[in-house]
Design a protein around this ligand. Structure first.
Ligand code: NAD
Ligand code: ZN
Length: 350
């Protein structure tokens, strides 16, 4: 099989041939039709995360081993199954749940493998889908597309799923206004999902007008460019002078979190999702005085992915796929994402 692999931080991805594996037991071999290109693939390629103050968290210190095949938004056709596989057959069109856990820790035991203590996520800790074939550890991590477009379905394994988890958290205080920061792959899904599952007015901030106008088409009621010097006042006056009840930050970098803390309402809820990173100083008394909640959200669980597939099947959500690349062009795909040339999601069709 042919795969585009990360051999080391910032090294060009190398396209290499290896023997196509034969599935055993619960395993399933999927012929990859489409794989989403996520900003997290960029962090993996760059070797880690910015912790702020000159500190860097290396992915190799978190258990990543290079070379690794990235790609955690995998859709394909079942090519071959192991002899203990149940409910999945050759030629089924499937979406892969990539956030595989140990199965034993407290999170895994309640079905939240995405929050596992020793994660084995595909495209991060084990090989993913930038490849013409992908070996899935168990049929339990597959969901049938049943009519959802394969390119669109890729988004439901990460960008859609993460946005779904985050918007559910943002919807817990019956918000009148939800502010979504970042209108990229995740943020545009966030706008659509917020429109579909909440009663809130949706505000969206980005620094790119084209992405903001797509956010408006996807259901944002108000859009703001963060380069505008008056952005904080404009958000405050849109939220009746009191601020946003809930904020989901799909960027999560110093400028966006500072904006979020400046416009959050009393009793507000801030959900941090992005991994752009860095650090900020927190003015401590404002947290109790405003009684705000600051929380994180990380991907989502298998059941939520199945719910999302259903929302896509009913056309309630419609992931934006704006560019398609071949496996040989994986480097171009990552560079285009890095250079902010992608609206919504790009996919690789191996
Ligand atoms: P993307 O590159 O598609 O989108 C990022 C968006 O943020 C772009 O629209 C960009 O214009 C905007 N942006 C960047 N800096 C900004 C700023 N200062 N102010 C306003 N807007 C700004 O990325 P993506 O695939 O949507 O991923 C977003 C982040 O979320 C990445 O860091 C990614 O690794 C992370 N992520 C987190 C999870 C999770 O579970 N927590 C899951 C997937 C991705
Ligand atoms: Zn992702």
């Amino acid at each position: 099989m042919k795969s585009a692999r990360i051999t080391g931080p910032n090294e060009p991805l190398a396209v290499s041939e290896t023997d196509t594996p034969k599935p055993q037991g619960d395993q399933v071999l999927v012929k990859v039709k489409s794989v989403g290109v996520c900003h997290s693939d960029l962090h993996l390629w760059e070797g880690g995360y910015d912790l702020g103050d000159g500190q860097f968290m290396k992915v190799t210190d978190r258990g990543v081993k290079y070379p690794v095949t990235p790609g955690h938004e995998i859709v394909g056709i079942v090519e071959e199954i192991g002899d203990s596989v149940n409910g999945i057959s050759k030629n089924d069109e499937v979406l892969v749940f990539p956030w595989i856990g140990c199965g034993e820790c407290p999170a895994c035991k309640v079905g939240n493998e995405n929050l596992c203590d020793s994660p084995k996520s595909m495209g991060v800790f084990q090989d993913g889908g930038y490849s013409d074939y992908s070996l899935i550890p168990s049929y339990k991590y597959l969901a049938k597309l049943d009519g959802v477009n394969p390119d669109s379905a890729t988004s439901l394994a990460c960008s859609g799923l993460t946005a779904y988890t985050a918007i559910k958290k943002a919807n817990q205080n019956s918000p009148e206004f939800i502010l979504i920061i970042g209108a990229g792959g995740l943020g545009l899904m966030g706008v659509q999902i917020a429109k579909a599952i909440t009663k809130a007015k949706i505000l969206c901030v980005d620094l790119d007008d084209q992405k903001l106008s797509t956010a408006k088409e996807m259901g944002a009621d108000f859009i703001f460019n963060s380069k505008d010097a008056d952005v904080i006042q404009k958000i405050m006056s849109t939220c009746n002078g009191k601020g946003a009840d809930s904020i989901v930050d799909f960027v999560n970098a110093p400028p966006t979190v500072k904006t979020a803390l400046a416009v959050i309402r009393k009793r507000g809820n801030l959900v941090l999702v992005g991994l752009f990173g860095g650090s900020i100083e927190l003015s401590l008394v404002t947290i109790p005085l405003k009684s705000i909640i600051i929380q994180g959200a990380y991907t989502g669980n298998y059941n939520d992915m199945v719910e999302l597939l259903d929302l896509a099947r009913k056309n309630i959500i419609n992931p934006v796929i704006s560019k398609r690349y071949s496996l040989d062009d994986a480097n171009t795909a990552l560079n285009d994402l890095k250079n902010r040339k992608i609206i919504g999601r790009a996919v690789i069709n191996p």
